[in-house]
Write a protein that binds this ligand. Structure first.
Ligand code: IMP
Ligand code: MG
Length: 174
């Protein structure tokens, strides 16, 4: 499927915003040593850029989730790869590419909370609040966007476009 001619967000705009988020997160976690749980695969570039610009000692780990749309109204989310670092008593920051219906984020939050961390914060580069089905508010949001399907900077359509440094809107056929 074709992409929008112009990027919705250029690489420069993304990097500027990620730097601001890194400063904000660093301020809030000053004096602590949080764990960033990067949600694969979509948040790989965001997680990498964000953590490299944070100025608190941050442990990096990953979680991989898969959501099934299913035939029933409620999609289910399976945790394919859980974190490998113990989370008990730690400050956890979930790093996501995009918050959409909220199902993936809710499932990930529940899974991480079951390990007894002392806090769990949610940081997403993109937020589509108009698509929310489960009530959930992110602590850190890079950009609030419309309902368009976006790709690039880690985000895919059928495993394509993750490599692009900018973000485009996927044009759906007329
Ligand atoms: P949710 O469970 O509906 O909130 O979906 C969140 C997940 O769906 C994200 O982690 C993305 O992997 C994927 N997703 C949602 N919207 C988009 C989009 O516009 N582009 C690419 N992936 C998306
Ligand atoms: Mg994702």
């Amino acid at each position: 499927m074709p992409l929008s001619d112009a990027p919705l967000f250029t690489a420069e705009a993304i990097q500027r915003r990620v730097a601001q988020l890194a400063a904000e997160v660093s301020r809030d976690f000053a004096g602590r040593d949080p764990i960033a749980i990067i949600v694969l695969k979509g948040a790989l570039h965001f997680g990498s850029d964000l953590t490299r610009q944070m100025n608190v000692p941050v442990t990096i780990d990953f979680i991989r989730a898969k959501s099934y749309a299913g035939t029933r109204s409620q999609g289910t989310v399976e945790i394919l790869v859980p974190p490998s670092v113990p989370l008990q008593g730690r400050d956890v920051i979930i790093v996501e590419d995009i918050l959409d219906t909220g199902r993936t984020a809710t499932a990930i939050q529940e899974r991480l909370l079951s390990e007894g961390p002392s806090s769990v914060a949610f940081c997403t580069l993109f937020d589509k609040p108009s698509r929310r089905e489960l009530e959930l508010k992110a602590d850190y949001v890079g950009f609030t966007i419309e309902e368009d399907f976006v790709v690039g900077y880690g985000m895919d359509h059928d495993e394509q476009y993750r490599d692009l440094p900018e973000v485009y809107v996927l044009k759906t056929p007329e």
